[in-house]
Design a protein around this ligand. Sequence first.
Ligand SMILES: Nc1nc2c(c(=O)[nH]1)N[C@H]1C(S)=C(S)[C@@H](COP(=O)(O)O)O[C@H]1N2
Ligand SMILES: [Mo]
Length: 302
Amino acid sequence: MAYKNVLKYSDVTPRADYLNRRQLMGGAAGLAAGMALGPALGASKYSTDLKPNPLEDIASYNNFYEFGSAKGDPANNAHMLTIDPWSVEIDGMVDRPGSYGLEDILTKVTQEERIYRFRCVETWSMVVPWVGFELNQLLDLAGVQGAAKYVAFQTLYRPEEMPGQRSVSLEWPYREGLRLDEAMHPLTIMATGIYDEPMPKQNGAPLRLVVPWKYGYKSIKSIVRVTLTDKEPQTTWNMLQPNEYGFYSNVNPEVSHPRWSQAYEKPIGGGLFAKRQETLMFNGYADEVASLYDGMDLVVNH
Ligand SMILES: Nc1nc2c(c(=O)[nH]1)N[C@H]1C(S)=C(S)[C@@H](COP(=O)(O)O)O[C@H]1N2
Ligand SMILES: [Mo]
């Protein structure tokens, strides 16, 4: 996919100018062949003011076990993945189940830039300027039925293009899940790009979930199936090690991983001498999401 008229974040300072210019450029910015990122990307009230990591960091230090388990494997191997055409099967407790083509989805949702903190359970973190749309828009297209309580997600299973799937490091396909209220929350997005670029394949092209108040593994990549259900879905890391990776996986500096503390994190890209920083409750999104968990024991429901 080729981009015309790419405006790089780093080309323009200060940030206010960048956003204004992007708004002026409107639909001209962010047009991929056959896949429009949509009109006018503006500042979102949900974006952090923190400075995003450069694209080179975000697209070279990855977890995407379908392409290998070392941090550099996805960037080396993900070029094998074909992403065009792409469709998402939406099934289970919805009024309009079926196969939804991505190009068609993108004509019906509103995309915007969301600059989010991102915190991996392994204690590294970064700041990513995603482009995407709220998951609730996709769920509304399918029509969620009243009895649905959870949303289950699956990644593509295609071992010919995903060498990691030819071994049994994880149970394939990779799967994740959210409670319906978490899925409907405006912070929860389906991301299709980073900066003004289409999503790099190693970051989960062409469509991946981003749930910024949860550990990174909840943000499942290269999604092909979304299922509405009334039962808590099985999730990949929980199936592997239930005591280490709970269903909720909310970022919580007070609940340690059995093998390490979660009190601090290391921003990536800072080099050898990067300072660790304190991890924030719900990764800094407590004002927006803490009420979702009122009355819940967050140690039991880790
Ligand atoms: N399908 C799939 N999705 C995945 C993973 C994976 O291995 N496979 N890794 C997860 C983990 S552990 C993290 S931290 C994030 C990393 O996203 P990034 O590479 O875009 O930073 O993707 C998550 N989504
Ligand atoms: Mo992770």
